[in-house]
Design a protein around this ligand. Structure first.
Ligand code: SAJ
Length: 411
């Protein structure tokens, strides 16, 4: 790449993949005066974004920099699914030219950048990484629904195996991001950083989920314990139990680390156990409902499940614990209505009023603002007898004083 980054004219950038990572990045590039274009294979995405987006890959011909922000999910049998990345890399490779800088932001397991991205780029183009073209890895750290942290102010970690790639990518991100950029001259270490960050969260959530199930038998409120432990100014980071762990990162990334381990002959027993505990939580939540139904001797259960999204105030439902809970609730023979104002496509009714009418049990899966401010007395008047609060987002005292049986997750 020429030294355009030093001239007033900024390099042309193509962001490949316009999801929750690529789109904010494209918007930031455009705002900062880069000649930036988004490339996506989904015509609906192009239609929605219009101007700076295209589905024509020829844009790569004239891009000085290409930033790959494509999904790296898992398959149904929980193996890394590199299909979207392999397809995008093969497209980029067709137009790869001397001086181009390729940056990968998608989460991958250690070694994948070299084995999947660099190898394919070199094989298809005949060009050499670090000499003819440049490659760096800068894992995304977007937290959807977060008003405080965004693509512009979240510190980043950047890795490359050669000094020129690290320098060129460093210039880009230091110009773009108003936060610290940590540069590491070892791509595998940076790939490990991202999966470790998210596996760290998954195992800590599994820890408090296990505590919730244990303390429920000891009649100890685990949330009070965690909040009190969090008064320790060091050595403790609070996490909270719930109906399960959803999203495109936390329940997914540990499988990338597990796969790396398997390939190198190491069994990540702890990561697998944490995944198992977190995946158990929807069933545990339904079991709490079943016990309450038996205790109140309710003959026929008309359940209303509130929330499909994987976390509060977002419309993303990937890997949401709502889905296994819905299946298990139906298998229990309960009548079920599902409502999430942020996820109409998986709601079976179109309003809260409709969802509640005729229901005698409530399952709260997502702590959307709408659900945290439910009229508890009104629920009692409508005949709700049990509330299972999968996100511990309601006040037990308020629910019980309305004459409704409250069941929390460890609270
Ligand atoms: N959850 C719990 N207990 C907790 C925290 C979360 O059960 O204490 C559940 C949530 O309900 C949700 C899932 O885990 O179903 C994931 O929650 P999350 O807050 O981690 O949300 P994500 O998946 O959007 O995580 C993102 C991640 N960002 C990236 O991967 C780039 C993650 O690294 C961040 O740590 C996280 O945001 C964050 O800090 O909020």
């Amino acid at each position: 790449m020429s030294s355009k980054q030093h001239d007033a004219v900024k390099p042309s950038v193509c962001v490949v993949g316009l999801g929750y990572v690529g789109l904010p990045l494209l918007q930031l590039l455009l705002r900062d005066g880069y000649h930036a274009t988004g490339l996506d294979t989904n015509p609906r995405v192009i239609e929605k974004i219009q101007e700076p987006a295209t589905s024509s890959s020829s844009i790569l011909k004239t891009s000085d920099i290409v930033i790959l922000c494509v999904p790296t999910p898992v398959t149904d049998d929980k193996r890394p699914d590199y299909e979207p990345l392999i397809s995008a890399v093969n497209t980029v490779a067709k137009y790869l030219h001397k001086g181009q800088l390729i940056v990968l932001e998608s989460t991958v397991n250690p070694g994948a950048s070299e084995q999947i991205v660099i190898e394919t780029l070199e094989k298809v183009s005949g060009l050499k990484a670090g000499a003819d073209f440049y490659f760096a890895y800068c894992p995304e750290r977007i937290n959807p629904g977060d008003d405080k942290w965004n693509v512009e102010n979240i510190p980043r970690v950047l890795g490359a195996n050669d000094s020129t790639s690290l320098k060129l990518a460093g210039e880009l991100y230091k110009n773009l991001i108003k936060a610290n950029i940590t540069e590491i001259s070892n791509i595998k270490e940076v790939e490990a950083v991202k999966v470790v960050e998210n596996a760290f969260r998954d195992i800590n959530i599994a820890f408090v989920n296990e505590l919730a199930m244990s303390f429920a038998k000891l009649d100890i409120n685990v949330k009070n314990v965690i909040d009190a432990a969090a008064t320790k100014p060091f050595g403790f980071i609070p996490h909270y139990p719930g109906v399960g762990v959803g999203g495109h990162c936390i329940p997914v990334d540990p499988y990338y680390l597990i796969e790396s381990g398997e390939k190198s002959g190491f069994d990540h027993r702890f990561l697998k156990l944490a995944r198992q505990i977190n995946d158990e939580m929807p069933k545990y939540t339904l079991d709490q409902l079943k016990s309450a139904v038996a205790a109140l001797d309710i003959e026929s259960v008309d359940a209303c499940l509130l929330g499909v999204a994987y976390k509060a105030n977002v419309s993303d439902y990937r890997e949401s614990p709502a889905f296994p809970l819905i299946e298990a609730t139906k298998a229990a023979g309960y009548n079920l209505r599902v409502y999430d104002p942020h996820v109409p496509e998986y709601s079976t009714v179109s309003s809260l009023d409709e969802a509640l009418s005729g229901a005698n049990c409530l399952l709260i899966v997502t702590d959307h603002d709408e659900f945290k401010s439910l009229d508890i007395k009104g629920l009692a008047n409508r005949g709700i007898k049990i509330i299972v609060d999968g996100r511990n987002c309601l006040a037990r005292s308020e629910v019980e004083s309305a004459g409704i049986k409250y069941v929390g997750i460890g609270t």
